[in-house]
Design a protein around this ligand. Sequence first.
Ligand code: HEM
Length: 404
Amino acid sequence: TGPGPLAGMQPAARPMPMERACPFSAPEEFRTLREEEPVTPVTFPDGAKGWLVSRYADVRAVLTDPRFGANRRLLRAGDPAQDGAPLPPPPPGMFIMMDPPEHTRFRRLLTGQFTVRRMQKLAPAIERIVAEHLDAMAAAEGPVDLLRVFALPIPSLVICELLGVPYADREQFQQNAGRLLRIDASQEEALQAHTAMNQHIHQLAVAKRAHPTDDILSGLVQSEQLTDEEVAGVGALLLLAGHETTANMIALGTMCLLRNPGQLAALRADPALMDGAIEELLRYLTIVQYGLRRVALEDVELGGQLIEAGATVVASLTSGNRDATHFSGDPDALDVSRPYSPHLAFGHGVHQCIGQQLARVEMKAALSALIERFPTLRLAVPADQVPMRDDMLIYGVHKLPVTW
Ligand code: HEM
């Protein structure tokens, strides 16, 4: 729809990333883009050019279309069409950057490990970890940094337990995750952090081959279908994806509820709203804030534009999740009673988040217990002094000072 280069018109490229007016608003430009230029040319911070896709339906179309591949350079993709350099192959086991059928080999091995049943069976253990951390918090005097004492330890402990990574190693992997996810990290820094995470898991995988335990790393080693390098890559990906995302959802979700006291009161009055509230927070906050990158494997026409083979396309989950043609009512408002409609926070298509059930179980356990246990919970600093993660690929807070 609308004129594009196919009709001889090329709109000017917009710089990425686009800025938010306030911590919980999506960049204002997305609304206009959805209405007027749903597939628009953009320039990335490294100068590379690409396309931004902003409508809900188009985001889903890109993420299910095999003509768009998931391989891109480690995190900060350059556009191969710009410098002529071919994309290097994804690192071993990094299946988030692979396409079928290579991707399918890994995905099959892992879906068996992440069933809804297994995640639900984990719920009591997760609730216990949550309760212990809230006990410790209650025993301390406020204010505390909720990210450090609560939101980060819960998913870190759980993913360490699931994978079979010693929790004592957390400082190292949390630091590397922080280096990997900075939007201004150089290619070299990202690669270094990635290599360090891989080496760490590789050592564990080798040890588990000799002495298997009851965890996912041991399961992968014992499956005899992956090399130790591949197990290390898969493990590093799970470790990274498994704690950074959920931790930020718990902390940012808490801040968001505190900033929407009417919604928080409704949730406290009727805990049955919690499942819907989790989906709404996922939609409204969409922490994978700069969207999902894909590369056109052949020329594709989308939204009236010709996307040439080799071009980078960003499917904006944030924009798609605010699309009023898909979400009823006001998509720019947080509404914990909103009727469910599938959102894009976990992506879509073959790469849709493998840990989503686990993330839901963790978020529900953490947020339910937190708001019940601390009825007077509040920010300990003015909201505009909470440091937001605009500088990271995963949105959230760098710190959340709270008291009660
Ligand atoms: C994939 C979001 C929690 C593991 C994804 C994708 C998104 C996402 C948007 C799609 C990436 C793409 O298509 O390129 C989230 C959010 C989370 C969360 C918002 C928390 C609220 C988790 C957890 C784990 C996990 C807890 C692991 C235990 C993965 C993996 C993939 C993935 C391995 C790659 C799947 C594939 O390529 O087939 N996630 N995630 N995520 N996520 Fe999550």
